[in-house]
Design a protein around this ligand. Structure first.
Ligand code: C2O
Ligand code: CU
Ligand code: CU
Length: 484
């Protein structure tokens, strides 16, 4: 085997890992480099994009069973990847505001797991969106989520959250979309097609086994060599000139930041993290940190093949894009194939039902810092690794706080808070905030973001963390206790 040249970015990080890591890295990380080892060859490239099975609520309730187990089809091959109900992504759960969502999670993995409803505004306590629960192999657990009647209609997702195993389980394929939406056309935004695009990445060997990642990949945040949409490799999305489509894009990758463009078209952003923007915003590209969702409207201007591309993203100052790996981009996610006669579609509304963030004066201010220590081997928040028993922040229910998230290090980290969405006030690098509540924000390297967080909805304990899930598993997570 020829050893791949060490890219500048990798070399710099490696230098920061210290002697012990280099020693293990010498046997580990080169083997995972591009071109090393045999890899699964996709068998479904160019097939039409499928939608995961949709499970809809009826009469105010959705009751589902989700079984997590190995053995799913990915990229058109039988693999030992992980799935819910033998599919990756798992079924799309669709509920309406005011509904009850009951999930029986059965664990057929060989390690503990649990379930998190990312972005959903539900209680973090008992058997609701409680990240401290542990569902052991061979057991089941009954979750019950009460969706409030004023919940925004939008795009959310679900994934495991058992600390220490989140990155591996999501890399394996344990993700699914969760929509708060009525079945059929959205009265606020009529479109000809409404599709879910769950983007994931993974690395599979020639036999369909999951490839282990090493300390180096975890330190940077792993990026899988295979980037999939709804578990498919570079699917085609049928379209017609003029016909509007809503694409609900979920970044379900463990660490990959997606910078997405559609050849020869603008992407019209209508929602971020499950909440409508005040008005549609046309742009050449949309950015999604891991965990983010962006809903875009696409309207083909003519006939033809138009690739949907994820470009390489500089995630930090460790050598920049020039040192990016072969897996960082540009990558074709899918291809829109527009054909047939032009279609007259309903025109886009000029205003959307954006949510008014909770009004009121700021009642408290805090600073929180992502820190990488020990030459890139320790991942902490405020110098401490995750301890589920410790309360890191205590907040009084009803508080509206301003939090500054500091990131003194050389890598961008996506900050995520469960249950209580925040509005970004400003970024150190002058990125323009969306102005609407969101649940993941990318904190620039050697920079900060300032957030407004209304803790006005639920009491209970939950977590905030880096959504580079390798970092979260390594301890870059902390607790917040909202007391009544
Ligand atoms: Cu998407 Cu705490 O996670
Ligand atoms: Cu979450
Ligand atoms: Cu991080």
């Amino acid at each position: 085997m020829t050893s791949a040249p060490i890219s500048r970015r990798r070399a710099i990080v490696l230098g920061g890992l210290g002697a012990a890591a280099v020693a293990t890295g010498a046997t580990g990380w080169i083997a995972t480099g591009a071109g090393a080892g045999s890899r699964l060859r996709p068998a479904d490239t160019g097939a039409e994009l499928r939608q995961p099975q949709v499970l809809d609520s009826r009469a105010g309730r959705l009751q589902v069973e989700l079984t997590a187990a190995a053995g799913v089809r990915l990229a058109g091959r039988d693999t030992r990847g992980l799935g819910y109900n033998a599919t990756a992504p798992g079924p799309t759960l669709r509920v309406r505001p005011g509904d009850e969502l009951a999930v029986r999670l059965t664990n057929r993995l060989d390690e503990p797991t649990n379930l998190h409803t990312h972005g959903l505004r539900v209680s973090p306590e008992t058997n609701s969106d409680n990240p401290f629960l542990r569902v052991d192999p061979g057991t089941s657990f009954d979750y019950l989520y009460r969706i409030p009647s004023d919940h925004p209609a939008g795009t959310y997702w679900y994934h495991p959250h058992h600390h220490g195993m989140v990155a591996n389980q999501i890399f394996g394929g344990l993700v699914g979309a969760l929509l708060v939406a009525p079945p059929g056309p959205d009265p606020d935004l009529p479109v000809v097609e409404d599709r879910v695009l769950v983007v994931t990445d993974t690395t599979l060997d020639g036999d369909g086994g999951l490839v282990e990642v090493n300390a180096m990949d975890r330190a940077m945040g792993r990026q899988g060599e295979l980037v999939l949409v709804n578990g498919q490799h570079q699917p085609t999305i049928p379209a017609a000139p003029g016909a509007t489509q809503r694409w609900r894009i979920v970044n379900g990758c463990v660490s990959r930041v997606l910078s997405i463009r559609l050849d020869a078209h603008q992407l019209v952003r209508v929602a971020q993290d499950g909440t409508f923007l005040p008005a549609p915003v046309a742009a050449d590209r949309v950015m999604l940190a891991p965990g983010n969702r962006v809903d875009v409207i696409v309207r083909p201007t003519g006939t033809g093949h138009f690739p949907l591309i994820a470009d390489a993203v500089d995630r930090g100052g460790m050598g920049g894009m020039g040192g990016g790996t072969a897996t960082s981009g540009p990558i074709t996610l899918a291809t829109m194939v527009s054909s047939g006669a032009p279609v007259t579609a309903p025109s886009l509304p000029s205003a959307l039902p954006a949510e008014e963030p909770a009004a009121g004066p700021v009642t408290g201010r805090r600073r929180v810092a992502f820190q990488m220590g020990m030459g890139g081997m320790a991942f902490t928040i405020d110098g401490r690794t995750f301890d589920p028993e410790r309360d890191d922040q205590t907040v009084t229910l009803g508080a509206i706080e301003e939090w500054t998230i500091d990131n003194p290090g050389p890598l961008a980290h996506p900050f995520h808070l469960h249950v209580w969405p925040f509005t970004v006030l400003d970024y150190s690098d002058a990125t323009l905030p969306t102005g609407v509540p969101q649940d993941v924000v990318l904190v620039p390297a050697r920079g900060w973001v300032r957030l407004r967080i209304p803790f006005t909805t639920y009491s209970g304990r939950s977590v905030y963390h880096c959504h580079i899930l390798d970092h979260e598993d390594a301890g870059m997570m902390a607790t917040v206790n909202v007391r009544p």
